[in-house]
Write a protein that binds this ligand. Structure first.
Ligand SMILES: [Mg+2]
Length: 182
């Protein structure tokens, strides 16, 4: 049971703020509703059949800074690789299985996207978070797969961009068609 009432940020030391920030980031995924105002962060935690308790935390600049601090793609890629290395996944012979894992995540994403497009308007923001969750899984499985095969995924992206940036063509029915295929 949650027993949080209003807290002032002065009540917390640096360590507590850091930990709290992590918790808040996680809770955002299960919170039914949340607001990220300029001075206050509040959210409602879904406790199933138990009471819903609003948690309000007044922020100061340090906390806003913490919450906005995001790792760039390369940093996150390295973190994912470290995690995979720790789990003993980074071997070429695991690539086939990893590929299937990637495909599995692609379809999980598709299921969430279907719900997003079919679902009630009021549930869209929640469904969007489920889509984000699955898209994140796709990236993780891809990063691991690339590493197992000795492929640098950032280089792949650079190469692909280089290719499409020079490509001529046009968009037909919402899809880009290469000039030679028109
Ligand atoms: Mg998944």
């Amino acid at each position: 049971m949650f027993h949080f009432d209003d807290y002032n940020i002065e009540d917390f030391d640096d360590y507590a703020i850091e930990e709290l920030t992590k918790i808040v980031k996680k809770l955002k995924h299960i919170a039914r509703e949340y607001q990220f105002g300029s001075e206050e962060f509040s959210f409602f935690v879904d406790l199933g059949d138990r009471i819903e308790k609003p948690i309000r935390i007044r922020k100061d600049n340090k906390m806003i800074e913490e919450m906005n601090k995001e790792m760039n793609f390369e940093e996150l890629k390295t973190k994912v690789e470290e995690w995979a290395k720790d789990k003993d996944l980074l071997h070429e012979e695991n690539a086939e299985k990893q590929f299937m894992k990637f495909i599995e995540e692609v379809f999980e994403f598709k299921s969430e996207m279907d719900v997003y497009f079919d679902g009630a308007e009021t549930l869209k923001s929640l469904n969007k978070e489920y889509m984000e969750d699955e898209m994140g899984d796709i990236f993780v499985t891809l990063i691991v797969l690339c590493n197992q095969l000795g492929i640098d995924c950032v280089e792949c992206l650079e190469m692909a961009y280089e290719k499409i940036s020079k490509r001529k063509g046009k968009t037909v029915n919402g899809l880009f068609i290469k000039e030679e295929d028109l």
